[in-house]
Design a protein around this ligand. Structure first.
Ligand SMILES: [Zn+2]
Length: 271
């Protein structure tokens, strides 16, 4: 079911991890951001859209943001140049499907279409400011906080920030520990978002509830990162007894991240 969150902007929330697909109405069709996640949801989306899909966009190269369905047509599907390069490298491996399926939670793996249209992105050159399409201006805010090649999108008219996997009300920041300085990258990403889109009226996270509380979410993510950096237990509603039902496991993600930070610090000190 598609729900309007701003003029010409609709959102579909998946059963999987409150994943949000965003539909933006343009002059000759729609822009589709991060379609997903389950096969029946993609079929439903293809049926519900009365206008053609004229462009797609994947916010980052994680499996749940790279899905597609033939019923959505064959428009150009964009990502940042870095995002597209990463997924193209993956797709060139002979056993890429098994590798991707291995990342999907077992209970839903059979319902996720890892097929011939999975991840077929066109990279937009790094200097691209807006998505090339016939519709409202959509600014690309690229950063490496959650994943290399990640982009948040700002639908300038109406002030809607499509955050990708940032600024969630159910998930704490999940860092890209393959990076040299993941915490610094994440702080930088939040700063970029605040500078470019701090006044956005609506925030659509990759996973979680659509909100009108962008600045509160930025502050909450910063506070989490500061605690993670300083080795303190975060006072964060997304972990502990106040976590939303079904999201109790997020505390385990925090523990894992906290261990990663400690290990990195220790190995830096001994080297
Ligand atoms: Zn992700």
């Amino acid at each position: 079911m598609l729900r309007q969150v701003a003029d010409g902007v609709l959102v579909h929330e998946s059963e999987f991890l409150k994943s949000n697909t965003v539909v933006v109405h343009g002059g000759s069709g729609v822009l589709l951001i991060d379609p997903g996640v389950l096969s029946d949801e993609l079929v439903c989306l293809a049926t519900d859209l009365r206008e053609p899909v004229v462009a797609g966009f994947s916010t980052h190269p994680h499996w749940d943001h790279l899905l597609w369905h033939v019923g959505l047509g064959e428009p150009p599907r964009y990502g940042t140049a870095r995002c597209a390069a990463l997924i193209q490298a993956k797709l060139s491996e002979p056993d890429w499907q098994a590798g991707v399926v291995g990342m999907i939670p077992e209970d839903i793996a059979g319902q996720v279409p890892v097929d011939e249209v999975f991840g077929r992105l066109t990279g937009l050159p790094a200097e691209t400011v807006r998505i090339p399409w016939n519709g409202p201006a959509v600014r690309i805010i690229e950063h490496q906080g959650h994943a290399a090649g990640h982009a948040a999108l700002l639908i300038e008219e109406g002030g809607v920030l499509v955050a990708g996997d940032m600024l969630s009300d159910v998930l704490v920041p999940m860092l890209a520990f393959s990076a040299a300085d993941p915490i610094e990258d994440y702080f930088a990403a939040l700063q970029l978002i605040e500078d470019a889109a701090g006044d956005a009226e609506v925030v659509v996270p990759g996973h979680g509830s659509v909100g009108g509380d962008l600045r509160v979410r930025i502050d909450q993510d910063r506070a989490y990162l500061e605690a993670l950096r300083d080795g303190r237990a975060p006072d964060d509603p997304r972990i502990g007894p106040s976590a939303k039902r079904g999201y109790e496991w997020v505390a385990g993600v925090h523990d894992w991240q906290s261990n990663q930070v400690t290990q990195r610090r220790e190995s830096a000190e001994t080297s």
